[in-house]
Design a protein around this ligand. Sequence first.
Ligand code: NAD
Ligand code: ZN
Length: 589
Amino acid sequence: MQDLAGKPVIVRTYAAAKATNLFDDVYVVTDSDVIFQEIEANGGKAIMSQKEHDCGSDRIAEAVEHMDVDIVVNVQGDEPFTSREGLEKVLAVFNEPDADKIDLASLMSEIHDWKEINDPNTVKVIVDKDNFALYFSRSPIPYPRDKNVAIQYYKHKGIYAFRKQAIMDFYRLPMRSLEAVEKIECIRYLEYGKNIKMTVSNTTGVEIDTPEDLIRANKLLKESKPDAVNNKFRNFPMVPKVVFGEGCFDQLTSILSSHKKEKAPFIFLVDDVFEKNTEFLDRINLRFNDKLIFISAEEEPKTSQVDELVKNIQTEFTHAPSGIIGIGGGTVMDLAKAVSIMLTNNGSAADYQGWDLVKQKAIYHVGVPTISGTGAEVSRTTVLTGPVRKLGINSDFTPFDQVILDPELTKGVSKNQWFYTGMDCFIHCVESLNGTFLNAFSQSYGEKAYDLCLEIFLGDSLSDEEARAKLMMASWHGGMSIAYSQVGVAHAMSYGLGYVLGTKHGVGNCVVFQHLEEFYPKDVALFKEMVKKHNVEIPQEICKDLSKKQMDTMITVALGMVPLWENALGRNWETIITPEKLRELYLKM
Ligand code: NAD
Ligand code: ZN
């Protein structure tokens, strides 16, 4: 019940668990009237537990005994910084091939500092080769007798996911001596022979075990937002090298030459719209073992597609490539960024969807946009559709090392496509300029891009060549505007459309934006003028015949875009955007 920036810790923990959108239901189980009433007063669900319990899992066992549930996740009440990333990981193990061996799952994070390793308040865990827990202790385990053996220490985090059967099996089993002496609850499961699968989650927050922790947590909340997505100060990278102008594409060969490493190829990912365009392809100088791979932009990039490209490159070449060059629209830009990251980071691209999860610097990568509007050439993200969500790999290593801005390359883009991708830029600006995260840095870029869009799409004075050049710069500025800001309502809802119906980003934004008068009245009116002026078709009523399940998924995906909603509508966005509200909006689309 201690105060954390204006609300009790337990209320913040409850809200954080709920905001992950991962659960069918979230409850606080308590034996305290005060806590029970506080949760209910804040619109949450609480269960009064009847009996005395030695530990949290027994209390939860009592609460779920008569509930119809498969998996129960125990989030400790003192974890207000609980993030979606960690909970998602602890749930994901139940989809792995060895899932039937798992009784419960929990999280651990890497620790490096000896002070922390020696601190008895930090519970350490050691695991077997498959990450099943061997033992938990407040002592440093293992003991480093041989200082030359590289060993990773892990700290146990107090989040558990149980199969209902496992938690019921253990309910009322007597505590044994190891648990009693260490005062670590999960040792009981080991003492009775259960399998605890551990998974690594390195996101940091503050657990609140001591009064000092509470002071630190208050400070953290005052200085930044709890999810660390909208830090007040962001030390973000910008594209270090850029060349601009009609015809500058021919600089590519000389630019690459200084990055060539012996035996290591350049890999060119090129939009397959250029597959038959020999005049264009001749301008790409393939040398030695360089490789050109055509990419279809038919569907938006997927994590599985990135994984496959990386696997193929690694199988074909013994040396890591000298560089990855993406030539195409937003789809190819994003694939090139993601492939360059995944060539130096282990696992699947899906493991890195989120903020700042990438550990190793990417391979040198170059972006050559052939349509303008997405801002992907400058942005710190690569948007990917993964097995569970559509979300970017947002990291310091994502932006290109070099960009080549040649407006001439955009000549062949069809009118509809030109409009859809151009509107991505316009909508980015509207959402950034009307957002709560806006500062002068983002505003200065956003306003310029916005004005350029109006000149291009509503004015009459530009030649084709001028319009191409200006749209390319609008895209650049629009992308920069997002650096210190975020997109908003249209993007959140467009991600839902993309996930369920495969609606492409640019079209999806337009489909959504035409119905957002209540959020962006002036700009929706301007948008409709542009649609009329260019006589472009925007699909209508695409959500009319969705099944209930599809609609629910769409709503869940859209609601999951927390930073976007927060930017659009402020911290209390959840009072405005409910699932019902989204359903109503989608039904118009
Ligand atoms: P796109 O890359 O999907 O391409 C659209 C179509 O235009 C494709 O059919 C493509 O073959 C064709 N095309 C490309 N260049 C052409 C040319 N010069 N001449 C003729 N046809 C050409 O579309 P897009 O709108 O550029 O990109 C959308 C993608 O960008 C989405 O996947 C979206 O998620 C992503 N995106 C990323 C960011 C970011 O910051 N990383 C921002 C916004 C959007
Ligand atoms: Zn966009």
